[in-house]
Design a protein around this ligand. Structure first.
Ligand code: KE4
Length: 410
C-alpha cells in the first residue's frame, strides 16, 4: 500500500514519523499491536463521539448482520434515518444516502451544476471536502500536509471552474463572486473548518455567502461531514442559524461504518435521478448495516445531547494544557465547539489557512511525539481537528494533563 496506509494523513508525514498500527479500541482508548494504550483524541476523525466499541452500536450492528448486511433494495431503516436527520436539520427536506463524505460533496457539486446549468464553484482555501476532482484545489487536511494544494491528475479544463478564496475573508469572496456570479453554480464551505486545524467561520462571513448565493440563484452547500451531529445535534447550521441549500454529511451519521449523505431543498433534490436528470448511484448506499449503526448513534445523541459537556471537557483539557505552555513561554492558542477542538502553537488564534501555516511546526511536532510516547494520541498534523467523546472522563483528562506536565517539566 502506498505509504503503508489507506489514507495519507495516517502516514504521520506531517510529523516526520511512522504510524503506529492499531489492534483494537474501547471507550476513549486505542490499543496498538505492541500492547500500548493511547487516549484517543481522533476518534476515527469524528465518528466516535460516544467512544470506541459502544455496546449499543455494536449490538445494533450484530442484530442487523444476522438479518443480512446488504440487500441492494430499499429498506424502512433508510427512511427512518432520513427522518432522524431531517428532524435535526430541517434544511434537509430530501436526502440521499451514500458511502463517504467524498461521495456526498461530489454529488452536491454535480447536483448544483445540473440544477443551475452553470459550472463555476467557489470554495475556500484550507477547506477539504474529500478527494473530489473539482474540490482538490487548495484543499486542507492531508493535501495541505503534503503541500499538494493542486493535486496532479485533475484536468486543467475542470480545475479552472473552481476558484479557491481565503476563508473568513468577505472582501476576497465578494470580489470573486461579483466577477463570476452569472456562471456560479455553487459555493461550498465547511462552516466550521476542521481541515486546517479548527477554525470557526465568522458569522457575518457565512451570512454574506448566504445572501450572495441567494441573490445570484447559486447553491450554498454546507459541508458538515465533520460538524454534523458533532458540534451540535443540528450541526453548524443550527449554531449559526443559517440555512444552506444543500448539506453534505458523513462520519457521525455512520456510527463508525462507511456512510455519507447529502440533502437539502426538495426543489434541488428533485433534480436527482430517478426523479430528475442528474445521475448519482451507489451499490451500498444506505446499506442496512451502516444505517443500523448510524441510526443507533443518532438516537443516542438525541437522548443524551452531550454537546455542552463535551465542549466543557474540551475546554478544561485545553485550558490546562495552555497553562503549562504559558509556564514555558510556548505560544499556544485553542478553541472548541461541542465535541470538536483545535490548538495551534501561535499566540493569536488563527483565522485562515495562512495563519495556520504560519503556526509553529517545530513545537507541534515535538508536542505530538512527546504525547504519543506518553500514550496520548492527538492528530498527526496541525491541519487536523481534535475530537473528544463522552468516554473522555475528567479522570482521563486529568491523567492527560498530568502527563503534559511531565513532558514539559512544569
Ligand atoms: P471521506 O470521503 O473521507 O469520508 O470524507 C471526506 C470529507 C469531506 N468533508 C469534510 C469536511 C471532511 O473532513 C472529510 C474527511 N475528513 C478527513 C479528516 N480531515 C478524513 C481523514 C482522512 O482523510 O483519512
Amino acid at each position: 500500500m502506498p505509504g503503508g496506509v489507506n489514507s495519507p494523513v495516517r502516514a504521520f508525514g506531517n510529523v516526520n514519523s511512522t504510524p503506529i498500527f492499531i489492534k483494537s479500541a474501547s471507550g476513549a482508548y486505542l490499543h496498538d499491536v505492541d500492547g500500548n494504550d493511547y487516549v484517543d483524541f481522533i476518534g476515527s476523525w469524528g465518528p466516535m463521539i460516544l467512544g470506541h466499541s459502544n455496546p449499543k452500536i455494536i449490538k445494533a450492528i450484530k442484530d442487523q448482520a444476522n438479518l443480512g448486511t446488504s440487500y441492494g433494495a430499499p429498506t424502512e431503516a433508510e427512511t427512518s434515518i432520513g427522518e432522524l436527520i431531517r428532524a435535526a436539520m430541517p434544511s434537509i427536506e430530501k436526502i440521499r444516502m451514500v458511502n463517504s463524505g467524498t461521495e456526498a460533496t461530489m454529488s452536491c457539486i454535480r447536483l448544483a451544476r445540473g440544477y443551475t446549468g452553470r459550472n463555476k464553484i467557489i470554495k475556500f482555501t484550507g477547506c477539504y471536502h474529500g478527494h473530489v476532482d473539482s474540490l482538490l484545489i487548495k484543499a486542507g487536511s492531508g493535501v495541505s500536509t503534503f503541500g499538494l494544494p493542486d493535486s496532479p491528475g485533475i484536468p486543467e479544463e475542470l480545475a479552472r471552474h473552481t476558484i479557491s478564496v481565503p476563508y473568513n475573508d468577505i472582501n476576497a469572496f465578494s470580489e470573486v463572486f461579483e466577477s463570476i456570479k452569472g456562471e456560479l453554480a455553487a459555493v461550498i464551505i465547511e462552516p466550521i473548518a476542521g481541515n486546517m486545524g479548527f477554525i470557526p467561520g465568522d458569522k457575518d462571513f457565512l451570512e454574506t455567502l448566504r445572501i450572495k448565493t441567494h441573490e445570484s440563484g447559486s447553491v450554498l452547500i454546507f459541508d458538515e461531514v465533520m460538524t454534523g451531529f458533532r458540534v451540535s445535534l443540528g450541526g453548524a447550521q443550527e449554531l449559526y442559524g443559517i440555512t444552506p441549500d444543500l448539506t453534505a454529511l458523513g462520519k457521525v451519521i455512520g456510527g463508525g461504518l462507511p456512510v455519507g449523505a447529502f440533502g437539502g431543498k426538495a426543489e434541488i433534490m428533485n433534480f436527482l435521478a430517478p426523479e430528475g436528470p442528474v445521475y448519482q448511484a451507489g451499490t451500498l448506499s444506505g446499506n442496512p448495516l451502516a444505517v443500523a449503526a448510524g441510526k443507533c448513534l443518532i438516537n443516542e445523541l438525541i437522548k443524551i445531547n452531550p454537546y455542552d459537556e463535551l465542549e466543557a471537557n474540551a475546554s478544561y483539557l485545553l485550558t490546562n494544557i495552555k497553562n503549562e505552555m504559558f509556564k514555558k513561554e510556548i505560544p499556544f492558542s485553542f478553541n472548541q465547539i461541542g465535541g470538536m477542538f483545535g490548538f495551534f502553537f501561535t499566540d493569536e488564534f488563527p483565522n485562515n489557512f495562512d495563519d495556520v501555516s504560519a503556526s509553529s511546526d517545530k513545537y507541534f511536532e515535538s508536542f505530538f511525539k512527546d504525547c504519543l510516547n506518553q500514550g496520548i494520541y492527538f492528530a498527526p498534523s496541525k491541519y487536523e481537528a481534535g475530537f473528544i467523546s463522552t468516554k473522555h472522563t475528567k479522570k482521563i483528562l486529568d491523567e492527560v494533563i498530568n502527563k503534559v506536565k511531565v513532558i514539559y517539566g512544569t
